[in-house]
Structure formats: C-alpha cells, structure tokens
Design a binder for this molecule. Structure first.
Ligand SMILES: Nc1ncnc2c1ncn2[C@@H]1O[C@H](COP(=O)(O)OP(=O)(O)OP(=O)(O)O)[C@@H](O)[C@H]1O
Ligand SMILES: [Mg+2]
Length: 274
C-alpha cells in the first residue's frame, strides 16, 4: 500500500467532513457508532481510504491510543494506520479502505441481530469448518504479534473482524483500545462486548494482563466455531473445546499464561483427529 495521497496528508484541518469532500469523494459515512467517532470512506483518485475522526474528548483519546497501538504492532492481518492529523477538537486517522463487512455492526440505535440468518455472523458461521479454522488461526497469529508488542487486547469483539465473503479474506480493524500492559483497572469496567470480556474487566482495581487477552481469544474461538448464536452447536472437536475451557477459566491463574501457550495448545488440539 502506497502512502496516502497528498490531499490526505494534511497536518491539521478544521472540519473533517468538509475537508474530505473537498479533497475526494465521500462514498460512505459511519455516523452512528457507539464510540462517538465518525468515519468516512473516501475515494481520492483511484484509491479508497477509511478516515476515522473524533472531536469529542473520549473518542479522541481512543484514537490517540490507536496511534500508539499501530506504532507498536504491525501484522499482515491488522489494517495499517497510514497517517493521522489534527482536526479542531480532536484527531483523524487514515487507513486503507478494505472491502468486506464486520461480522457484527452495532450502532447507537441498534444492537444485536447476530442470530438473524442474513447477518454477517450467521453467514460466517455457515462457512466450511476449514475456512473458519483458517480465520481463527489468523486471529491467533495476529495476537501473537500483539503479545510480542507488549499490548493487551481491550474491546476486541466480532465488530473488529472485517470479512470479505467474496474472497474469504479477514482483517482486523478497530484495535483502538488495545493498550500496553499489564495495568490496574482504575475505572468500573473496560469498554467492550460482554460476550467477549473477562470477569476482571468489570472489577475496579483488578490486574488486566495477557491472561485477559487469552480469555478474549478463547471467547472468539468459542463463538466463531459454533453453528449458532447460543453456544449449543459446537463445530469443533472435544480437545479444542478443552483448550477453550482453560482459556476461559474465570480465575486468570487457571488460564494459559500467554497467547503463545494458548496458540500451541490450540494448534495441538486442532491437529488431533477425533
Ligand atoms: N479499513 C477499513 N476499511 C473499510 N471499512 C472499515 C475499515 N475499518 C473499519 N471499517 C468499517 O467502519 C465501521 C466503523 O469502524 P470502527 O469499528 O473502527 O468504528 P468505531 O467508531 O470504533 O465503532 P464502534 O463504536 O462500533 O467500535 C466498522 O464497523 C467497519 O464496518
Ligand atoms: Mg470502536
């Protein structure tokens, strides 16, 4: 991917939307996000970009974290940050546009719907097990890089999984809340989807460390390798389920001590024929 074209290499702009309309063609707007960010698909020449902007303090803080995350970790599966610039009251980030759909897309006015048969999640769950296993392996591999960078996964959920059903290509987006760890939780809870979050993410004063990431990844394995949304239709093997149970132990001390250990166990269980 070449660097962004000059028009998107601004240092500072006043109103993001007005600016993007001046320099290119805005073909998509994500206004209704829980994060408080507003994002744009913008075409400049024959290239397309995803520009995520924040003008409220909490959202801007999240985008500042994202800059740190991308400085710390690069991986073929993680959509790379190309550029960031100031907007009045906040910040904007420029990424290459990636075709596909996130497996779950909550908005301010609408949450839920993963079980609906035409939802991206339900479509994903109907893919052949081998295709799902490859996607899971990619998610794990990206998190080996996250672990090596000293980062903890925060707010990882199916809304970070951008999947192109036409060519079975997965990428990870919106890792904005990932942060260096371990750290002590100084608020009542971390941001995130309850379905993926570890118990300690809801306890002020708890330690959030790589075992928290192990838990979140265990939830991803459990939820994505199931034919339904209620965790009743497991498509994997009993040894794989055992690995997940350990990753999802409520006491962090009972989990794998690292993403590396989880991945080794998962690969071992996945090579066993039952
Ligand atoms: N690089 C990209 N290319 C194309 N579309 C993208 C890209 N990154 C994200 N998207 C799409 O834009 C949507 C919003 O992006 P993102 O999840 O980063 O925003 P957000 O404001 O953090 O939303 P949320 O509050 O749901 O976390 C995603 O759900 C996804 O559909
Ligand atoms: Mg987000």
């Amino acid at each position: 991917m070449p660097p962004p074209p000059l028009p998107l290499s601004a240092e500072s702009v006043d109103v993001l939307e007005t600016y993007l309309e001046e320099v290119g063609t805005v073909f998509r707007i994500f206004r209704e996000q829980d994060s408080g960010c507003v994002s744009y698909g913008v075409a400049v020449g024959d290239e397309r970009w995803f520009v995520k902007g924040a003008t409220v303090p909490e959202a801007a803080a999240s985008l500042r974290r994202a800059v740190e995350v991308h400085a710390a970790v690069q991986h073929p599966l993680i959509v790379p940050l190309q550029h960031s610039f100031d907007v009045t009251g906040g910040l904007a980030l420029v990424y290459p546009w990636v075709d596909g759909e996130v497996l779950y897309h909550p908005t301010i006015s609408r949450h839920g719907g993963r079980a609906a048969s035409d939802s991206p999640m339900a479509r994903f769950r109907r893919l052949p097990v081998t295709v799902i296993l490859r996607a899971l392996e990619q998610i794990l591999d990206a998190h080996l890089a996250v672990e090596a960078a000293g980062l903890i996964a925060v707010d990882f959920y199916d809304g970070c999984l951008l999947y192109d059903f036409d060519c079975d290509r997965l990428v990870l987006c919106d890792l904005d809340e990932y942060r260096p760890g371990p750290f002590i939780l100084e608020v009542d809870r971390l941001p995130g989807s309850r379905r993926f979050m570890a118990p300690e993410e809801f306890i002020r004063g708890s330690t959030i460390d790589i075992r928290t990431t192990v838990f979140v990844l265990g939830r991803a394995l459990r939820l994505l390798l199931d034919a339904g949304d209620d965790e009743q239709e497991w498509r994997g093997s009993p040894p794989q389920l055992k690995v997940i149970e350990r990753a999802n132990a409520s006491d962090p001390a009972d989990r794998f001590a690292s993403v590396e250990a989880l991945v080794q166990a998962w690969r071992g269980a996945s090579s066993v024929r039952t």
